[in-house]
Design a protein around this ligand. Structure first.
Ligand code: KG4
Length: 333
C-alpha cells in the first residue's frame, strides 16, 4: 500500500511516499529554519505562508522522485495535530484536496505518533509493545506504546519541552535558531562538570519532568557572568547543560521501561539527534541489557516519511477521516 503523506505542523514542509508503513519511496522536505532564524524562533504566520508556497511543489516532487503515477497511490495521510494551528491547517487542507481529487482515503496522523513510527522505517524488526521517549521542540513525553495505535502517556514535562530548553539556552549563548544542533557541536570537548545545573523531580510523579528551572538557571548564570564581567566557559556550559538534560531523560526512561517490564527502549523526535543523549542511552541500554532503538539523524526531525509510516497502521486500525477533517493545536496522543 503506497501512502502519500504530508507534514506541516511547525517549520518543515514535507511530502513523502511510504509503502506498507516500512519502506520510504521518497521523503521530500523543505526546512524553513533559515527564514525563522533571524527572529530567534518560529514566526507562526511566516510558517503558514511558507507551507502554502511549498506544499504542492513538494507533492509533485515526491511523485516524480518515487517514479510512480498518481494512480498508483492508495491513500493520502496528513499530520493533523498537535502543532502551530495555521501551519497544520495548510497540510490538512491540502491533503483533503488531494484525497478528493485522487478519490483516495484520507488518514489523519497524530504528529508524535509519527515521530515514534520513524523507528519502524529504520528498524524493520521493531514492533510494539515498547516504551518510547518522544523528545521534540514542543513535546517531551514518555509513552507506553502498547500497540501501533494504542498508546498511553505515563510521564511528561510539566512545563518546557526539552527541545525548547535547548533553543532557549542557545539563544542565551548567542547561537542561531534552532539551537539544538549548535549546542550539540559546542558541547563537544566541553567540560560537563564545569557548571552544576538542577535536575527537577516531580513529587509523586516519578516519570514527569520539568525543564523550566534548568532554563532559568542557564539564563541566571549568563546574566550574573555578564554583570560581573566574567567570561563564560561556553563549551563547558553547553556540555554541563546537555548533561543535565540527558540525566533528566535517560534514567527516567530506563526506570519506566523496567517498571513496565519492557526489555527495550525507543527514542524519537528532534532532540533524539543529540550526540550526548544518544551515547548516554546506548550506555544505559548496555548496562541494563535492553535493546535500544533511535532513528538515524535524518528521521529524528520532522519529516513526511514518519507520517506515512504511522498512517499505514492507522489505516489498518480503520482510523480514517472524512472530508470534514479539522486541524488541532493540541491533542492527547
Ligand atoms: O522533532 P522536531 O524536528 O520538531 C518538533 O516536532 O518539535 O524537533 C525540533 C527540536 C528543536 O528544539 C531543535 O533544537 C532540537 O529538536 N534538536 C536538537 C538537536 N537537533 C535538533 N536538540 C539537541 N541536539 C540536537 N543535535
Amino acid at each position: 500500500m503506497k501512502i502519500l503523506a504530508f507534514e506541516s505542523t511547525c517549520d518543515e514542509t514535507a511530502a513523502a511516499i511510504v509503502e506498507d508503513g516500512r519502506k520510504i519511496l521518497t521523503d521530500q522536505i523543505f526546512s524553513q529554519a533559515d527564514l525563522h532564524a533571524v527572529y530567534g524562533g518560529v514566526v507562526p504566520e511566516i510558517a503558514s505562508r511558507c507551507h502554502v508556497e511549498s506544499i504542492s511543489i513538494l507533492a509533485q516532487k515526491a511523485i516524480d522522485a518515487a517514479g510512480i503515477s498518481r494512480s498508483e497511490l492508495d491513500a493520502v495521510a496528513v499530520s493533523y495535530a498537535p502543532g502551530l494551528i495555521g501551519a497544520v491547517l495548510v497540510g490538512v487542507n491540502f491533503a483533503k484536496a488531494c484525497a478528493l481529487a485522487l478519490n483516495l482515503p484520507l488518514i489523519p496522523v497524530h504528529h508524535i505518533r509519527g515521530h515514534i513510527a520513524a523507528n519502524y522505517l529504520a528498524y524493520p524488526e521493531l514492533e510494539p509493545p515498547f516504551l518510547c521517549l518522544a523528545i521534540s521542540g514542543g513535546n517531551t513525553i514518555l509513552v507506553d506504546v502498547r500497540g501501533y495505535t494504542d498508546m498511553k502517556i505515563i510521564g511528561a514535562t510539566r512545563d518546557d519541552a526539552a527541545g525548547e530548553c535547548f533553543d532557549k539556552t542557545a539563544r542565551v549563548l548567542g547561537l542561531p535558531y534552532p539551537g539544538g544542533k549548535p549546542i550539540d557541536m559546542l558541547a563537544q570537548g566541553g567540560d560537563d562538570t564545569k557548571y552544576q545545573f538542577p535536575i527537577a523531580h516531580v513529587d509523586g510523579s516519578p516519570y514527569d519532568m520539568s525543564f523550566s528551572g534548568l532554563k532559568t538557571a542557564v539564563i541566571n548564570l549568563a546574566h550574573n557572568a555578564e554583570q560581573k564581567g566574567e567570561e563564560l566557559d561556553r563549551a563547558g556550559l553547553a556540555a554541563s547543560f546537555t548533561k543535565a538534560v540527558s540525566d533528566s531523560l535517560v534514567p527516567r526512561t530506563v526506570a519506566a521501561a523496567r517498571a513496565l517490564g519492557y526489555g527495550r527502549m525507543v527514542v524519537a523526535g528532534g532532540v533524539a539527534a543529540n550526540s550526548r543523549i544518544r551515547t548516554d542511552f546506548q550506555k544505559a541500554a548496555e548496562k541494563e541489557g535492553f535493546q535500544l532503538f533511535i532513528p538515524p539523524l535524518k528521521l529524528c526531525g520532522d519529516n513526511g516519511a514518519m507520517i506515512g509510516a504511522q498512517a499505514y497502521y492507522e489505516y489498518l486500525a480503520g482510523n480514517l477521516a472524512g472530508s470534514d477533517l479539522n486541524a488541532y493545536a493540541t491533542m492527547e496522543i
